[in-house]
Each structure stands twice: as structure tokens, then as C-alpha cells.
Design a protein around this ligand. Structure first.
Ligand SMILES: [Zn+2]
Ligand SMILES: [Zn+2]
Length: 349
């Protein structure tokens, strides 16, 4: 199969992803083989490529995968051949530890991330345990469904962790793939939304999706925020967001890594009055399942910009520059050339 492979940590500007022929993966016990049709690109992949979240190497990145079940491993019974399924960031968790048994499999110490610890979706095929794949609701196209699986599902988790209630005020710092889905859920819940972003295009999209105000990260919003979610990869946003919070408000940090340090926080100005900061780590299957249903009910239709698989470097460069409106999605080549030709076990260990 064709795959875009990362062999070493590098700035994305050097275009480190290389088109490579890999053996097709074969599904093990209770696993399914998926023929991938689309895979979203995510900021986390920039963190992996540039070494802030080092993956195992070499690696096939990508954790917002949509495709069809092509083959079933021994004992796999949950899906039929041809079912349209998705894979998210959670590739597996142990199922036995304290966290797994208490609804927090996202915190499992054996948590494995798709396209980080195990090969992911920048490829024509992949395999996964059937219990970690999801049926995709019919109302979404393949490309539209991909950002729901990370940007959307993690955005949903961010919102739940923010503790936001109906009719409260919510601030969104940064307005990329995740925020443009979060705003649609929060509007559905009757919240008033304030969007802090620099780009004119992002502000326009935020307004179109129902933001009542847009401004820069350091601007003062017309109302104090009951909750805020910071999607930006930079540290400076944290004090800006805390300053805009209402007393007792909570700031959720939605990124896995910040590119630079959070500046020192003035306790009296920024943290007192029972303000809280909470980070979000990974995702559970329950988040993903609940969100896919909610997204279909609202409905949320993500804006997507499509690229070919071989354009992955370019898509990630544009993402880094903040130049992708909505969510970037790689569409797979449809070549049967290497199916079954050189089969070995996938190298995930
Ligand atoms: Zn992601
Ligand atoms: Zn566990």
C-alpha cells in the first residue's frame, strides 16, 4: 500500500513525510482491516513531526480515519464487510487499570494513540481492534466525517470538561478545526460565544457560525466568560483567557502541547476568585460515540479542505500557518496495486 511515512523528527517546512510502499497490514485477533478513503490532518501531527510529542519511528501519522471494512480478523464479529467505520486518537487502552475501569480510559498508562504509538491513517489501509472503531452516521460524507473524529470529539470533551451550562457565555481562543465544531455544539446548547482569533477569515467564519463577538486574544470581550477553551498552541493565550473569565470560571486547555511556556501568572489578577485551569488529555470511546450521535442530530457539517495523500506535507504546512479554513482532509489514492502482495505483521511494537 501507499503511505506517507515519517522517519525522523524535523520541521514540517522540510517536508519530512515521504511517499512509501509498505506491506498491507493484516488484521489480528478481533481486529478489522480498513480500506481508508479519507484521513483528517491535525495539529497533533505537527507536534509529532516536530518532536513536541515524539511518536515511535518510523510512523504513519493520522488519527481521524474514515474507510470501509475490507477484512475481518479471527473472532471479529462486530462489523460486516463494507461497513463504513471511523478510527479516532484512542487506538487502544488496557481495559483493566483503575482509569479504564472508572470511565477514564483516556488516562490509561497503556493508552496508545493512533498514528503515534501505532501506524495511522496517512495510508491506504490500516487495522484496529473492532471495539475501537465506530460506525459513521450516514448524513456525513467520508471527508466531512474525518474532523468529527478528533477535532469534533475532543472538542466535545473540552466542552463537557469546561462545565458550560445552557445560556452561559463561552470564549473560544483560536478558531481552527476543533473550535469551528465546538461553536456549533455550544450554539445548539444556547450559549453565547466570543471568539478570540487573529485571522480575518477565521473571524468571518466565526460570525457566520454564530459568534456574537470576535476579537484578538488580548482584547476585552463585552461580557465576562463563564468558561473558556484555549485551542492555541502558544503559552501567552493563557493569561489573556484567565483575565476574561468570570469569577469561578474555568479555562480548558485543549492542546496536547504548547509551543512555548505559559508566562508567569499573577495570582491575584488571574487565578483568585476561584478561577480554574484544566487540561484535556486524549479521548475516550464514549466521548467519540456520544459526539458522533450529537453531530448527526444537530447536525454539524464541518467545512473541509481536501488534499491528496501525497500533499500531506503541504496540508500540514498550511495548517501550521493557520491558512486552512475549517479542517484539512487527505483523500486516498484508489489503487489496488499492492493489496495482498507483501503481507507481514504491522510493526507497532
Ligand atoms: Zn487530532
Ligand atoms: Zn487502562
Amino acid at each position: 500500500m501507499k503511505a506517507m511515512v515519517l522517519e525522523e523528527i524535523s520541521p514540517i517546512e522540510k517536508k519530512p513525510l515521504k511517499m512509501t510502499d509498505l506491506p498491507n497490514p493484516i488484521p489480528g485477533s478481533k481486529e478489522i482491516l480498513i480500506k481508508i478513503s479519507a484521513c483528517g490532518v491535525c495539529h497533533t501531527e505537527l507536534d509529532e513531526i516536530e518532536g513536541r510529542l515524539p511518536p515511535k519511528l518510523p510512523i504513519v501519522l493520522g488519527h481521524q480515519i474514515v474507510g470501509r471494512v475490507e477484512n475481518l480478523g479471527p473472532g471479529a464479529t462486530k462489523f460486516n464487510l463494507g461497513d463504513r467505520v471511523g478510527i479516532a486518537w484512542i487506538y487502544s487502552a488496557c481495559g483493566k487499570c483503575y482509569f479504564c475501569q472508572n470511565g477514564n480510559e483516556n488516562l490509561c498508562s497503556e493508552f496508545r494513540g493512533t498514528g503515534c504509538h501505532v501506524n495511522g491513517g496517512y495510508a491506504q489501509y490500516t487495522v484496529i481492534l473492532e471495539d475501537f472503531a465506530y460506525l459513521i452516521p450516514e448524513r456525513f460524507s467520508d471527508a466531512e466525517a474525518t474532523p468529527l473524529l478528533c477535532a469534533g470529539a475532543i472538542g466535545y470533551r473540552d466542552l463537557i470538561l469546561s462545565g458550560i451550562k445552557k445560556n452561559q457565555t463561552l470564549g473560544l481562543f483560536g478558531f481552527g478545526a476543533s473550535a469551528h465544531i465546538v461553536i456549533q455544539i455550544a450554539r445548539y446548547w444556547g450559549c453565547e460565544i466570543f471568539v478570540f482569533t487573529r485571522g480575518d477569515e477565521h473571524r468571518k467564519l466565526a460570525k457566520k457560525l454564530g459568534a456574537s463577538w470576535t476579537g484578538g486574544p488580548e482584547d476585552e470581550p463585552p461580557k465576562r466568560l463563564h468558561c473558556a477553551i484555549d485551542f492555541t498552541p502558544v503559552g501567552e493565550t493563557v493569561p489573556h483567557a484567565l483575565r476574561a473569565l468570570e469569577k469561578g470560571g474555568r479555562l480548558v486547555l485543549a492542546v496536547i502541547r504548547k509551543r512555548n511556556l505559559v508566562p508567569p501568572l499573577d495570582y491575584a489578577q488571574l487565578l483568585w476568585d476561584e478561577k480554574e485551569i484544566k487540561s484535556v488529555a486524549n479521548i475516550t470511546r464514549k466521548d467519540t460515540q456520544e459526539f458522533l450521535l450529537l453531530a448527526s442530530e444537530i447536525p454539524i457539517i464541518p467545512e473541509v479542505k481536501e488534499f491528496k495523500l501525497e500533499e500531506a506535507n503541504q496540508a500540514l504546512i498550511l495548517l501550521k500557518q493557520g491558512k486552512i479554513q475549517g479542517a484539512g482532509v487527505l483523500r486516498m489514492l484508489d489503487e489496488e496495486d499492492s493489496v495482498g502482495s507483501r503481507i507481514i505483521q504491522r510493526g507497532e511494537k
